[in-house]
Design a protein around this ligand. Structure first.
Ligand SMILES: *Cc1c(COP(=O)(O)O)cnc(C)c1O
Length: 385
């Protein structure tokens, strides 16, 4: 089956057996516990809903198929997915190499919990530079943690080349693929060991559910993470599992439209005198444009740009827009806009923001799937008030 077909059918085989009604859509199984006829035989493997639930299981199967993975696991948030992976694969004293331009919440989890409380060491590097990664490897390095493109600067690293380095040193490479969604990029196919998503974003796609997921091929790591999913308990609820499963059915259509609109907006921004710099992987001016074309099958719907203004002018520009909702998050059908230095990345110290080039006048847009003419007209009135 091709991607669009799997997104719709995988995990949702209609049940035509005795007692089944042939549902076209997986039912929402709200039961917290599952009865059995014989004391030592759980009914079709189900015992208790934290351990496994039929609605979540259907979603996990669908998620695995989207990343061409053997296994998928669904969690109550992207951060819960990250926490469970870290708890499963690390011991006190271990070392992580991470891209220095990461989702703000990931850095907070690394620094304020895993480093401070459990003595996990973290080296933040510019992962576009393979030498920096190799030079940071120690005998305790267990994970290389990547985003590509990064948030909010849309930097791109070579996932295949970094996966080679990981293999050579027996270090797991994990890619947070939230920004591209499985429609535009499949890190496991490029050699990565584990893929992670915040399903809150493109996978669910409608800004009405918080969740996360992990997909992988290795059975041993799957069993470790699955064990921790049950032991720590940060599972996705049956209702949210249904919502994400429903959202995924239109992922391909949505991603195409997100990209089409983002591409048009990026070209519009290029013509604006008040725009100093645009970060969008689909522009030939992007420093990793060639690599983006090679490792992704599209460029996605996220854009960031620097306005020729101070923080007050930047704030005013954003507040003058009508259709771009000022909000954190991304990946929903509606266009969202934000200022990372004041919102999503405000918790990162200014000195660290300066180091990676995240300026106060940077604006991030999650381009929605509204009519492009309305979006362009709105930007036009904000540039020319
Ligand atoms: C939102 C996000 C997360 C965290 O996911 P939640 O569902 O908000 O917990 C992690 N990584 C990236 C890239 C994100 O955008």
């Amino acid at each position: 089956m091709k991607f669009e077909t799997r997104a719709i059918h995988e995990g949702e085989e209609p049940n035509f057996k005795e007692g089944g009604a042939g549902d076209a859509v997986i039912p929402i199984h709200l039961s917290s516990t599952f009865g059995r006829k014989e004391v030592d035989v759980p009914t079709q493997g189900y015992e208790y809903s934290r351990t496994q639930n039929p609605t979540r299981k259907a979603l996990e199967q669908k998620l695995a198929s989207l990343e061409n993975a053997n296994y998928g696991l669904a969690f109550s948030s992207g951060m819960a997915a990250e926490t469970t992976v870290l708890l499963s694969l690390l011991k006190t004293g271990d070392h992580i190499i991470a891209f220095d331009d990461l989702y703000g919440g990931t850095r907070r989890l690394f620094d304020k919990i895993f480093h401070q409380n459990f003595n996990i060491q973290i080296s933040y590097v510019d992962a576009r530079n393979l030498k920096e990664i190799e030079n940071s490897i120690t005998k305790n390095t267990k994970l290389i943690w990547l985003e590509s493109p990064t948030n909010p600067l849309l930097k791109i690293c070579d996932i295949a080349a970094i996966s080679e380095i990981g293999k050579k040193h027996s270090i797991h490479v994990i890619v947070d693929n939230t920004f591209m969604s499985p429609y535009f990029q499949n890190p496991l196919n490029l050699g990565a060991d584990i893929v992670l998503h915040s399903t809150t974003k493109y996978l669910n796609g409608h800004s009405d559910s918080v969740g996360g997921c992990v997909m992988l091929n290795d059975k041993e790591n799957y069993e470790k993470i699955k064990f921790a999913q049950n032991a720590a308990g940060a599972i996705l609820s049956p209702f949210d599992s249904y919502l994400v499963s429903r959202g995924i059915k239109t992922l391909a259509l949505r991603m195409k439209k997100h990209e089409e609109n983002a591409s048009k907006i990026s070209h519009y921004l290029q013509k604006q005198k008040k725009v100093l710099k645009i970060n969008y992987p689909g522009l030939e001016s992007h420093p990793e444009f060639k690599l983006a074309k090679k490792q992704m099958s599209g460029f996605g719907g996220m854009i960031s740009f620097e306005l020729d203004s101070d923080i007050i002018g930047t704030k005013k520009f954003v507040e003058n827009l009508k259709y771009f909702l000022i909000a954190e998050s991304l990946g929903g059908v509606e266009s969202l806009i934000e200022i990372p230095s004041m919102m999503t990345h405000a918790a990162i110290p200014k000195s660290d923001r300066d180091k990676i080039g995240l300026k106060d006048n940077l604006i991030r847009i999650s381009v929605g799937i509204e009519n492009i003419d309305d979006l362009l007209e709105d930007l036009e009135q904000a540039f020319n008030p």
